[in-house]
Design a protein around this ligand. Structure first.
Ligand code: IMP
Ligand code: MG
Length: 215
């Protein structure tokens, strides 16, 4: 089992006013739970682990939109840095898929593919799926079973976050950045009804904000 950083249930995090948070979100957030710098440091190490394991064969990095886009971009930058600074390097191409399973703060039972590249291009490839957060595990299990129909050579999953929740199906990604408490998290591209993607740090959403941005 790969290592990851555990954020405990009683993690107090940091006061908002010791970091930079957009003015328009100040009322909606209690505390910063994972500062942007820590996300970057952990991502750098994930890049190293992935390159070590996936070897020198062409990797197709598949970004799960929209929530995965920041993590995807930063992870790939670190993989690129490894590629251009060592004797070994791994060719990297990118693909995108758009899935939707959430309404307000609830995971719905249906996971819909609502756009992205043609999956048949993944046949025979080493695929690295890049996701923001695994909660119940349904989204990833659905995507993995969909992908298997196209017969990739190898599939690995990296998720920046995994939630500790009784709603989990038991699914665990191959690489995990942080294991987090069972709260609704936003920032660093994780959204609540499309808001909070424009926040650098990962924060816990307040109950008041859930009402304010409800659809
Ligand atoms: P799962 O299918 O329950 O594992 O949910 C995975 C998807 O739900 C993720 O890809 C996210 O898009 C979304 N999600 C789950 N928990 C959160 C959260 O705390 N904040 C924002 N999005 C979340
Ligand atoms: Mg997602």
């Amino acid at each position: 089992m790969a290592s990851y950083l555990q954020i405990p249930d009683d993690e107090k995090g940091y006061e908002l006013d010791v970091f930079c948070v957009p003015k328009h979100y100040e009322e909606d957030l209690d505390r910063v739970i994972i500062p942007h710098g820590l996300i970057m440091d952990r991502t750098e190490r994930l890049a190293r682990d992935i390159v070590r394991d996936m070897g020198t064969h062409h990797i197709v990095a598949l970004c799960v939109l929209k929530g995965g886009y920041k993590f995807f971009a930063d992870l790939l930058d670190y993989i690129k840095a490894l590629n251009q600074n060592s004797d070994k390097s791994v060719p990297l191409t990118v693909d995108f898929i758009r899935l939707k399973s959430y309404c307000n703060d609830q995971s719905t039972n249906s996971v819909k593919v609502i756009g992205g590249d043609e999956l048949s291009t993944l046949t025979g490839k080493n695929v690295l799926i890049v996701e923001d957060i695994v909660e119940t595990g349904k989204t990833m299990e659905t995507l993995l079973s969909l992908l298997s129909e196209y017969k990739p050579k190898m599939v690995k999953v990296v998720s920046l976050l995994v939630k500790r929740t009784p709603r989990s199906s038991g699914y665990r990604p191959d690489y995990i950045g942080f294991e987090v408490p069972d709260s609704f998290l936003v920032g660093y591209a994780l959204d609540y009804n499309e808001y909070f993607r424009d926040l650098s740090h990962i924060c816990i959403l307040t109950e008041g904000a859930k009402e304010k941005y409800k659809v």
